[in-house]
Design a protein around this ligand. Structure first.
Ligand SMILES: Cc1cc2nc3c(=O)[nH]c(=O)nc-3n(C[C@H](O)[C@H](O)[C@H](O)COP(=O)(O)OP(=O)(O)OC[C@H]3O[C@@H](n4cnc5c(N)ncnc54)[C@H](O)[C@@H]3O)c2cc1C
Length: 568
């Protein structure tokens, strides 16, 4: 078997993956870089980001203010050294992205425009209309094409990380087009596989976001950090979960309940629609309990009203919102309010890394939404995530390249053996045993139990029930069978493999949430309503075991900001 070799291998070709690939190429001249992506890179979820990306560009702003907003937004769980590095490096990253071709929207005077975003004290979110992710990813993608050293494996699906003598030495991947399993050897592997929103039933996330990379790392003993923190975005379309970007509130949109009230005056009077997402999502539930919401075929909702902005502003600043609402709900936001409700949007937790993107396992790195470098803590501020992909994608690419420069490739013969073992595992588990369980049934049950136990409000009993259900679902998964036994583009097989990842991430998430007996950021326990800094100002680390995951903790890094009560 001929094994391709790369100094640095990216798993993921979204914003973080492509930024890391470019950084690795620039750090280690002559390095050979591979990018494996289960979809064509421009189809990564980054492409669907709408609202913008945060960085300090204006005179009324400063790095400390961006840092403070981020730390307060995180409910003081973000590592402050990470936040300080982030706000500083964000500025060069967004300027560089413009030099690479990203068409930031501009003011009349020629300066790059900035808009308001939730939890940010001043306007600091750069944007390209409301198609920011598309333009950012496109700029990164076309820049990556400049580097001959970058080889792409489009529509290849990573099934395992290969480990030898305690260090990661490559991956096995399914070439989805041919159905063959291959080993790819690498001195450094960077996981940039994005989030896991699809473990919930109602989400803004693309169908490809199943926590693959988190589970890959978890399976080889790498801890997953702060997994219990899941962000609900307050404004998704009922039914589809399609996102109505926060930019619609940044540009002045109102949230209105069924009584015609801007109900946020009761919950976040100082910020109203520009409060942070966790608080806004909980406010919806309070209104729902009071009966102040509309009822529709896809559940209850409130109104996002943009009418007072006028057609010109909507067309200039929010054209995609108008396009989406016209196409998916038959509503023109110029003349009618938009029905919205909270929807799962983002994973604050992920693969545990240090400030450089290195995991505790030699040769393994992670960046972007799949990683938890501890920037976002218990609640991410909107528009920090795209910037995170740039800053920590670049950092991870650099350290992974340095590691590769000082390391040798693993022995090819043992890699061939590992790839054969993986092929055998997949043949036996999915094609061989004619199992009676079906992917869709287990997946539906998983999503339902996640919503019931690990949704916006959580309790001990509901979380315990969710942990039990996940354990039972993992047993059922052992008896999985797929109907399509062909090789070429076998999406049945891909879905079955993804379901395995989803179950692992869900397990870590539910157990971390069960043991965090406090409320902080997005993690709202109805039975422990207060934040408890004495016992829980710490990160959770979930380790896979043969039984339930083992949850350990590590301290939060504080530099200059003492935890204080979080009010807006
Ligand atoms: C609708 C929407 C709007 C958003 N808007 C904003 C916004 O305005 N501002 C903001 O800051 N954030 C926003 N976010 C969040 C932000 O877009 C994401 O967190 C970020 O883009 C994630 O980038 P990433 O590179 O980590 O992952 P992704 O872009 O999700 O890319 C993951 C990559 O991993 C690959 N992959 C996954 N599993 C495998 C596997 N098993 N084998 C091989 N390849 C694999 C995929 O093919 C893909 O290339 C938004 C998110 C959504 C869903």
């Amino acid at each position: 078997m001929n094994i391709p070799k790369h100094d640095v291998l990216l798993v993921g070709g979204g914003g973080a993956g492509l930024r890391a690939a470019i950084a690795a190429s620039e750090t280690y001249r002559g390095a050979d870089i591979g990018v494996v992506s289960k979809v064509y890179p421009m189809r990564s979820h980054t492409v669907s980001a709408e609202g913008g990306t945060a960085a300090v560009l204006r005179e009324d702003d400063n790095l400390d203010l961006h840092a403070y907003d981020t730390i307060k937004g995180s409910d003081f769980l973000g590592d402050q050294d990470v936040v300080e590095a982030f706000v500083k490096e964000a500025v060069d990253e967004v300027i560089q992205l413009e030099h690479w071709g990203c068409p930031w929207s501009r003011d009349e005077d020629g300066r790059v425009s900035v808009r308001a975003f939730g939890g940010m004290s001043v306007k600091r979110t750069l944007y390209a209309a409301d198609k920011t992710g598309f333009h950012m990813l496109h700029a990164l993608f076309q820049t990556s094409l400049k580097y001959d050293a970058i080889t792409r494996y489009d529509e290849w699906f990573v099934t395992s990380l290969l480990v030898e003598d305690g260090r990661v030495c490559g991956v096995t991947a399914l070439n989805i087009r041919s159905g063959n399993i291959h080993a790819i050897s690498a001195k450094s592997v960077i996981i940039c596989t994005g989030g896991a929103g699809k473990i919930f039933p109602f989400t803004t996330n693309a169908a490809i976001k199943n926590g693959d990379g988190m589970a890959l790392a978890y399976r080889i003993g790498c801890p997953l950090k702060d997994l219990e923190f899941v962000q609900y975005h307050p404004t998704g379309l009922p039914g589809t979960g399609i996102l109505m970007t926060e930019a619609s509130r940044g540009e002045g949109g109102h949230l209105v309940n069924s009584k015609g009230e801007r109900y946020l005056s009761e919950y976040v009077p100082g910020k109203m629609e520009l409060g942070p997402r966790d608080i806004l999502s909980r406010s919806f539930i309070h209104e729902e309990r009071k009966g102040n919401v509309f009822e529709g075929p896809d559940g209850s909702y409130v109104h996002l009203d943009l009418r007072h902005l006028g057609e010109k502003v909507i067309d200039e600043k929010l054209p995609f919102v108008r396009e989406l609402t016209r196409n998916y709900v038959g509503i023109d936001p110029v003349i009618e309010p938009i029905p919205v409700r909270p929807v799962v949007h983002y994973c604050m937790g992920g693969v545990h890394t240090d400030i450089h993107g290195a995991t505790p396992i030699s040769g393994l790195y992670a960046a972007g939404e799949a990683a938890c470098v501890s920037l976002n803590g218990a609640n991410r501020l909107g528009s920090n995530s795209l910037t995170e992909c740039l800053v920590f994608g670049a950092r991870a690419g650099q350290v992974a390249a340095q590691h590769a420069a000082d390391t040798d490739f693993a022995d090819s013969a043992s890699m061939v053996k590992m790839a054969q073992d993986e092929q055998k595992r997949i043949e036996t588990q999915f094609f061989g045993n004619n199992g009676k369980e079906r992917v869709a049934n287990i997946r539906d049950d998983l999503r339902q139990t996640m919503e019931e136990g690990a949704g916006i409000f959580r309790t001990e009993d509901a979380l315990k029930a969710t942990c039990d259900t996940i354990r039972a679902l993992k047993e059922r998964y052992k008896n999985i069978g797929i109907d399509d036994h062909s090789r070429v583009f076998n999406t049945d097989l891909v879905n079955a493999l993804e379901l395995g990842y989803m179950l692992d991430v869900a397990e870590g998430l539910a157990h971390s949430a069960l043991l965090r007996r406090e409320s902080r950021g997005s993690h709202a326990r109805s039975d422990y309503e207060e934040r408890d800094d004495e016992n829980f100002l710490k990160h959770s680390l979930a380790y896979q075991t043969d039984g339930d995951p083992r949850i350990e903790y590590m301290p939060v890094t504080l530099t200059r900001w003492e935890p204080e009560e979080r009010t807006y």
